[in-house]
Ligand binder design. Structure first.
Ligand code: UD1
Ligand code: UDP
Length: 387
């Protein structure tokens, strides 16, 4: 690949397919529209359907190519195979100068892999997150490790994430600590928008989201029973926007449908979700993105998982990793509802995930490298360490 002529915009293909990818790539897409250095080419895979469409308005740029790969109860292997094939074809047609992927989804992995096959360099946003347990979260930990072997630019949200990459042998000059673009988006939306909170009463407000594959089934049913017990206190309002996944709904609905104090609602668009988060007292979640957003709004977060790739919030004291045992969930939530000192301690811990300028840093680095008089190639300038 040759050097890039500076008068010609860099054609940057943003590949996204799920709700969190749209949210976290939106600041990058919006920033690309403010100058002439980049031409954003947005490709949606349709890994998610309704939950992705809800978020596309955030991008500030039209979708160039919309694939339609989602199938009900899709299996990872068939989704992966379909996506590599279809994305490869799109890349051959569009011939972008680089492909940008975000995070650790099947869309992100296949976007990176198809780009590698087409010899197009890859930029990875939210690089370097690790739990250190290859099958937890499943399959995301493996996905992000694999993308880490493919990417040419690694945009790590924190110094710890950057260190994971250099420890794995990624050349330090290809790793950039930027903050997480989710904070850019949250601050932008709170400044721009006027969403409507889903809470209705003056009771103590608990916002819950659950969707992880490794929690679906009996574990998630147990979490549902824990929420039922919390609602029985009578002084709480629990709002739970249900993920569209049938496996999630089958786990939670039998435990929670029709219970007083619990509102089971459809996924909220981002404006309304941000308003709901801003109004809640406490967050219970297995989501990645919400672990990052809650501390920005001074909301204590209980993480209903056995591992987290975001230990920064736990170490700062803004989040607690409490696992999936129903008794522990009820106990930890009860402490925060009833102990103002403990509540204040968590709420004041602060946000370790960025200052809202992550997308600007990503684009500045890409612009610098494409303008420099050196070829931007797929492979690292020196080989990965084999030591
Ligand atoms: C995926 C990501 C996960 C991310 C999550 C965000 C992978 C491997 N996992 O989870 O990292 O945290 O998205 O939400 O990529 N569905 C609909 N409508 C929608 C969205 C999904 O009906 O708008 C259905 C799908 O048909 C599917 C199920 O929900 O059967 C789960 O969707 P899928 O993309 O497979 O989600 P996860 O892998 O659970
Ligand atoms: N979110 C939303 N509406 C909802 C639930 C979540 O906009 O009803 C947003 C939330 O603010 C966060 C993102 O979706 O930015 C998280 O997505 P999800 O939990 O599906 O995926 P993860 O972050 O775990 O990959």
């Amino acid at each position: 690949m040759s050097t890039h002529p500076s008068a010609v915009p860099v054609r940057a293909m943003l590949v996204l397919g799920t709700r969190p990818e749209a949210i976290k790539l939106a600041p990058v897409a919006r920033a690309m529209t403010t100058g002439t250095q980049f031409e954003p080419i947005v490709v949606t895979t349709g890994q998610h359907r309704e939950m992705l469409h809800q978020m596309l308005g955030l991008l500030g740029v039209d979708v160039r190519v919309a694939l339609d790969v989602m199938r009900s109860r899709q299996q990872l292997s068939e989704l992966t195979a379909r996506l590599v094939g279809e994305l490869g074809e799109v890349m051959r047609q569009q011939r972008p100068d680089l492909v940008v992927v975000q995070g650790d989804t099947t869309t992100a992995l296949t976007g990176a892999l198809a780009a590698f096959y087409e010899k197009i360099p890859v930029a990875h946003v939210e690089a370097g997150l690790r739990t250190g347990v290859l099958d937890n979260p499943f399959p995301e930990e493996l996905n992000r490790c694999l993308i880490g072997r493919i990417a040419r630019w690694h945009f790590a949200p924190t110094r710890r994430a950057a260190r994971h990459l250099t420890d794995e042998g990624v050349p330090a000059e290809q790793v950039f600590t930027t903050g997480n673009t989710v904070i850019d988006n949250l601050l932008w939306v709170l400044a721009e928008g006027s969403g409507t909170s889903a809470f209705r009463s003056g009771a103590k407000r608990i916002l819950v989201t659950l969707h992880r594959r490794e929690n679906q089934g009996e574990r998630m049913r147990g979490m549902g029973r824990a929420l039922g017990r919390l609602a029985e206190r009578g002084d709480v309002e629990i709002v739970l926007p249900l993920h569209k996944s049938p496996a999630v709904r089958e786990s939670l609905l039998p435990e929670l449908e029709g219970r007083a104090g619990i509102s089971l609602i459809e996924p909220l668009d981002y404006l309304d979700f941000a308003a709901t988060l801003a109004e809640c007292d406490l967050v219970l979640t297995d989501s990645g993105g919400i672990q990052e957003e809650a501390p920005s709004l001074s909301k204590p977060a209980l993480v209903l998982r056995t591992t987290t790739e975001r230990p920064e919030a736990v170490e700062a004291g803004a989040a607690r990793l409490i696992g999936t045992d129903p008794d522990v969930i009820v106990g930890a939530a009860t402490t925060l509802l009833d102990d103002p000192a403990e509540y204040r301690r968590m709420a004041r811990a602060g946000n370790p995930f960025g200052d809202g300028q992550a997308a600007t840093r990503v684009l500045a680095q890409l612009a610098e490298d494409f303008a420099a008089d050196v070829p931007v190639t797929v492979a690292a300038p020196r080989p990965y360490s084999t030591a």
